[in-house]
Design a protein around this ligand. Sequence first.
Ligand SMILES: *Cc1c(COP(=O)(O)O)cnc(C)c1O
Length: 470
Amino acid sequence: MQETDWDAVLEVVEDRARRWLESLPDRPVYRPADAAAVRERLADTLTDEGVAAERVVAELADGVDDFLAAHASGRYFGFVIGGLLPAAWGADLLATTWDQNAGLHHVAPGAAVVEQIAGEWLVDLLDLPAESSVGFVTGGQMATFTCLAAARHEVLRRAGWDVEADGLQGAPTVAVVVKADTHSTVPRALRFLGLGADSGMPVACDDQSRIDPADLRRVLEEITGPTVVAVEAGNVNTGAFDDFAAVAAAAAAHRERGNPTWVHVDGAIGLWSRACPSHRHLADGLEALDSWSTDAHKLLNVPYDSGLAVCRHRAAHRAAMSTHASYLMHAEGDERDQMDFNPEFSRRARGTAVYAALRSLGRDGVARIVARTSRMAERFAERLAASGRAEIRNEVVLNQVLVRWLADDGDHDGLADRVINRIQADGTAFFSGTTWHDERLMRISVSDRATDTSDVDRAVEALLRCAEQA
Ligand SMILES: *Cc1c(COP(=O)(O)O)cnc(C)c1O
């Protein structure tokens, strides 16, 4: 039996947390390491008698320290990875400390209402239909899964089929329409839903990975029956937004031909532009669609893991997710059971950090993150293009930049990977790569509120140095 000495553990946690946060501006952003190198620094034998709590925590923190990535350093530009907002961080620490089972209002009412309020703020901030429901999930993947489950429910319900009760065997075929350049989480969600990863009819995209509305209309005209369409606010490579007015018009015409239709928007990156006056126009028109997924752990800078699933059709959202059991106490009146809107049963009080983030930032603060990360992305594009060593492949509309490194010997693809490997080992900043429209490119994603001009300039200098050596 372990002693309960919270003070001793708290002391270690406070010390290691403080050291971590203070080290962020100067520590290497990343160090490549194979599993054996990490394992060497960690206790990897399970004992019979156990180890004192404060020692476990201290040795764990010290053991992994060299192998942690400084996502919140202001100079982590790989993938699409957000930084750390102080209010969200503090609230999340407390959410773990409170250890609430936040699935049902009656089990932990405080956590339920915090999440309810955060959901209302979110719908208001993103200017989505007021009747929308919100599910707090682990990330964009599960947000898309949740929304597409609601979509599957609703288009089949309108076709006279109860998919929740009867499943897909014998059901009317659900046609799935996706962009050729869709994010991999969309086919993965379709796979989880029994619709098949490759069932989606691909729609052509333009040179910025935006959906081609004429091709969408053509694909829809060939379909009869229940139809689910997925489009994007913020493509993972280019950051581009689809033409939502054209998508909504194509969907409306399809619906008028008698086909139950649902359009989902993957807004993991771009949905936040709705909260920013200078970027709002990019996402105009998506409010006419049916569901929206986004991430709080990207541009909102909430700690991992935090995604948001928003549906215009609350009843469909609820039908797809809710469950009942005789031993549970379900919400009454204006209460909200989290379990009705996310796929988990027991779960952490996930909405707490989102509540704290939105309250601390306010509308202006969210707008500032969107505007500033976009400005920093533009600065990258300008400085790298001006160097003569690189070309920018995308129109930089938000926080994403695609860089083509120019090799003297013409092997631009090879140079891209060499620069990426060098900068990752260098540790000044972190960038990752992509293959996009048959070219090997370096991707830049500015998703941390902390990134400032000096971070961008330091990162550009390091990149040019690596390109010289590569
Ligand atoms: C990051 C991302 C996702 C997946 O989100 P997770 O939070 O990693 O599950 C989906 N779509 C796009 C466009 C993304 O950038």
